[in-house]
Design a protein around this ligand. Structure first.
Ligand code: R5P
Length: 312
């Protein structure tokens, strides 16, 4: 692919590995930019080359440490705007705070809207993300927002595996729409886990709706945080007589007990994307890169070409 001079690809500290892969795909160098800390912990950004007149793409998932990564994103955007860049696209492969997208209790904040306001106020002209937890967050921005799907990457992977007797399982009712679309692409049936959350970060399985006995099941979720939802669901699927249980998740947050839970032996395989960096060397863990998806989106956006072909 011909390198475009006007792309200025910049990364904070959240996922530089992914930024480097995207830079290779685009055949551009990453902008030399130091993102460090002052003695007191404040974020320090030093742009070491001119970005004047370019189209800046700031790659920074707001994954843990969420607040640090968010502040880095905002301050990098501020630095770019003041350095006379022409356009700024914030690329958040994982959009943190997305699970606080509405008031569920009196006096709750709507943190996703606040984060949208902060990104807009910092000077972004456009936002790109992947598998937003709540797609309506796009509407929290009065800016163009491309919410890309990791689904084709996972679909290709499972098609190549040629598994038989597959059922796609939604780990809760919130995941039904995505699981249905995933099952349709793989041309397999689906089942649903009826999950309750008695308190934040605690998942309880009530029922499994659908035929799973003797099947190879793929539990498809957007996020694994503490691993409770997926592990509880997998354990119940095994009890219900499933053959193989495969977890498939876009954003591996993996906080607290997640690794321990996911390693408990209930999974035959777990497939993640690299929207969030993950250092986990285990034959049962497969990491698929979103580098080409994001690289292609950045290329198309920089050339004003439609990105809708990426949503096949
Ligand atoms: C919930 O709506 C999400 O799709 C995930 O199922 C949830 O965030 C996963 O959290 P945990 O791994 O802590 O159960």
């Amino acid at each position: 692919m011909a390198a475009l001079q006007n792309i200025k690809l910049i990364t904070g500290n959240a996922n530089p590995q992914l930024a480097e892969k995207i830079a290779r795909y685009l055949e551009v160098d990453l902008v030399s930019c130091q993102v460090g800390r002052f003695n007191d912990g404040e974020v320090q950004v030093k742009m070491e080359e001119s970005v004047r007149g370019g189209h800046a793409f700031v790659l920074q998932p707001t994954s843990p440490p969420v607040n640090d990564n968010l502040m880095e994103l905002l301050i990098i955007i501020d630095a770019l705007r003041r350095a006379s860049v022409n356009q700024i696209t914030a690329v958040l492969p994982y959009f943190g705070y997305a699970r606080q997208d509405r008031k569920t209790q009196p006096r709750d904040p709507v943190s996703a809207k606040l984060v949208a306001n902060l990104i807009t106020a910092s000077g972004a002209d456009r936002v790109v993300s992947i598998d937003l937890h709540a797609p309506q967050i796009q509407g929290f921005f009065d800016l163009p927002f491309d919410n890309l799907l990791a689904e084709p990457i996972f679909v290709d992977y499972f098609r190549q595996k040629s598994l038989e007797d597959v059922v796609v399982v939604a780990p809760d009712v919130g995941a039904v729409k995505e699981a249905r679309r995933f099952a349709a692409k793989l041309k397999v049936p689906m089942a649903i886990i009826d999950k309750r959350r008695p308190e934040p970060n605690r998942a309880e399985v009530m029922n499994i709706i659908g035929q799973v006995k003797g099947k190879n099941v793929i539990i498809r979720d957007d996020i694994i945080d503490t691993g409770g939802t997926l592990t509880e669901g997998a354990a119940h699927l095994k009890e219900a007589g499933c053959e193989r249980v495969i977890g498939c998740c876009t954003h591996p947050i993996l906080s607290g007990p997640a690794r321990e839970r996911l390693s408990s032996g209930v999974f035959d395989e777990i497939v993640f994307s690299d929207t969030i960096p993950l250092d986990w060397d285990d034959p049962k863990v497969k990491i698929l890169s979103v580098d080409k998806l994001l690289g292609e989106a950045i290329d198309r956006i920089s050339k004003n070409i439609s990105v809708s072909a990426l949503f096949y």
